[in-house]
Design a protein around this ligand. Structure first.
Ligand code: A2P
Length: 267
């Protein structure tokens, strides 16, 4: 029987849900999924506060939702920080454990924050790929854009596995498979190991190596729309490249040519 004296109920602004699956990719990266509470609605690409119950109150951090809005499962992709207050504990969760999920998803990496265009570029580094895992499995993405180009830059090859899997899942899914197979491109680059394409995304854009690899025309604000997710420095540098190319930043209130959001890394 539970010890009633030490049980602290989670507050009313979070759902308590059971973990369904956990998958470890590297020593520093893992993904987990839980059932979506019936009342929980969000737009593909948004983030939400998630976490665990602390000794007296919940310990919550912002996480992008890595599953699409139609899915009955909510999935997340996380780093493991040995000394991190949340991820040092969260990395040990098992199926059946309880996690807390905030009731107010939000964020800028949503289709409605962009004006219409022909090509959609999704630039990500590290766990910044998570919101794009959601968007590439949403049929609406392919209805709005003829071409969807997902780039993922990491330090080493094992860190690319999650992206390979979600792209394969988008191409195999009955809802998105046909369109993703025809419209989705996945370009990976590494910065600390040899790879077919090497270097930061900023470097690949500036040198044109990205467009050479794609066999496609360079960025043009008349036709291209862009979403960016990575570290604070990556966002600043990539955003500067967009502004220099005449792209206007959008928001949920005023759609534009590009939007940014930081990958939520615990400090
Ligand atoms: P690099 O290895 O040259 O630092 P992190 O894990 O530090 O967030 O890095 C993830 C990826 O993002 C790495 O490949 C890293 O390259 C790259 N990166 C780091 N800073 C920037 C930046 N300012 N602009 C573009 N890419 C960056």
């Amino acid at each position: 029987m539970a010890d009633q004296a030490t049980f602290i109920a989670p507050p009313s602004n979070v759902h308590a849900v059971a973990v369904r699956a956990v998958r470890h990719y590297t020593d520093g990266l893992f993904a987990f999924a839980c059932q979506r509470p019936a009342s929980f609605r969000f737009r593909s690409g948004e983030f939400v506060m998630i976490g665990l119950m602390g000794e007296t109150k919940p310990l919550l951090r912002a996480y992008s939702i890595a599953s699409p809005a139609w899915d009955d499962e909510l999935s997340f992709y996380s780093i493991k920080v040995p000394e991190g207050p949340l991820t040092s504990r969260l990395q040990h969760i098992q199926p059946g454990d309880t996690i807390l999920i905030g009731k107010k998803p939000t964020g800028t990496l949503i289709l409605d924050a962009l004006t219409p265009g022909r090509r959609l570029f999704l630039f990500s580094t590290g766990t910044g790929i998570a919101p794009f895992a959601s968007l590439i499995r949403d049929p609406e993405t392919y209805e709005r854009y003829g071409e969807v180009i997902l780039t993922h830059t990491c330090r080493t090859a094992p860190e690319l596995s999650y992206g390979d899997e979600i792209v394969a899942a988008a191409k195999a899914d009955p809802l998105t498979g046909e369109r993703a197979s025809a419209q989705l491109r996945h370009i990976t680059s590494l910065t600390r190991e040899p790879h077919a394409l090497e270097g930061r995304i900023t470097h690949l854009i500036e040198t044109g190596a990205l467009f050479e690899a794609l066999g496609a025309a360079p960025l043009d604000s008349a036709r291209d729309r862009v979403m960016i997710c990575g570290s604070t420095e990556m966002l600043a540098d990539t955003k500067a490249l967009m502004l220099a190319r005449g792209f206007q930043e959008g928001s949920t209130h005023e759609p534009g040519d590009f939007v940014i959001e930081r990958a939520f890394v615990e400090r």
